[in-house]
Design a binder for this molecule. Structure first.
Ligand SMILES: *[C@@H]1O[C@H](CO)[C@@H](O)[C@H](O)[C@H]1NC(C)=O
Length: 176
């Protein structure tokens, strides 16, 4: 019995171990969902937008959240220690995503009057919920990535994290 559960536990651990390449692949998927979201936000018209297009933004935000949530377990279970080179590769991928995150968050703030002007109410409340959900998921991913970051890369990783968190805080404040 004891032996069986030890065996099961190690099979389980084996099945769920992930590599930096898994994390980098996840970030490629995340990037494509972010680009879709960013484009949908920035192409939403400043006046006369449709509810359908607003709801599409909500769906795109859900896809981004799913992609973040799919990355977090791979970051949590990544083989340790992570080398400095690998940590720098992940940080570079995150900093690349940061451009899309900033654009999407700046865009969503700029579109708030357009959402508020839609004949159907409640869209801005939906956006506020999406922002909070995305922030929560993003924060969990950041925690996992920081936990796997070697000391040599930690300051740079923390710096990027605080910039992304601040961008979320600004957008969330605009919808509060
Ligand atoms: C983002 O999520 C984290 C973790 O839940 C939370 O601590 C932080 O306050 C959130 N940020 C904002 C601006 O709500």
């Amino acid at each position: 019995m004891q032996f069986k559960s030890v065996l099961f536990a190690s099979l389980f651990a084996f099945a769920y171990a992930s590599t930096i390449q898994d994390v980098l692949n996840d970030l490629v998927t995340l990037k494509s969902t972010l680009v879709t979201l960013d484009n949908a936000i920035n192409s939403f018209p400043d006046s006369g937008g449709s509810l359908a297009d607003a709801l599409a933004i909500n769906d795109d935000a859900g896809a981004v959240r799913d992609a973040i949530d799919a990355t977090t377990p791979d970051a949590v279970n990544v083989d340790l220690p992570v080398s400095v080179d690998d940590a720098n590769s992940v940080l570079a991928a995150i900093q690349d995503l940061q451009t899309n995150i900033d654009s999407a968050l700046t865009g969503i703030v700029a579109k708030k009057p357009a959402f508020d002007a839609l004949p159907v109410g409640g869209v801005s409340a939906l956006v506020a919920q999406d922002l909070n959900d995305l922030n929560t998921s993003n924060s969990a991913l950041e925690d996992a990535l920081i936990a796997a970051t070697p000391p040599e890369v930690l300051d740079a990783a923390e710096q990027t994290r605080s910039e992304i968190d601040a961008a979320f805080a600004t957008a969330i404040a605009a919808y509060s």
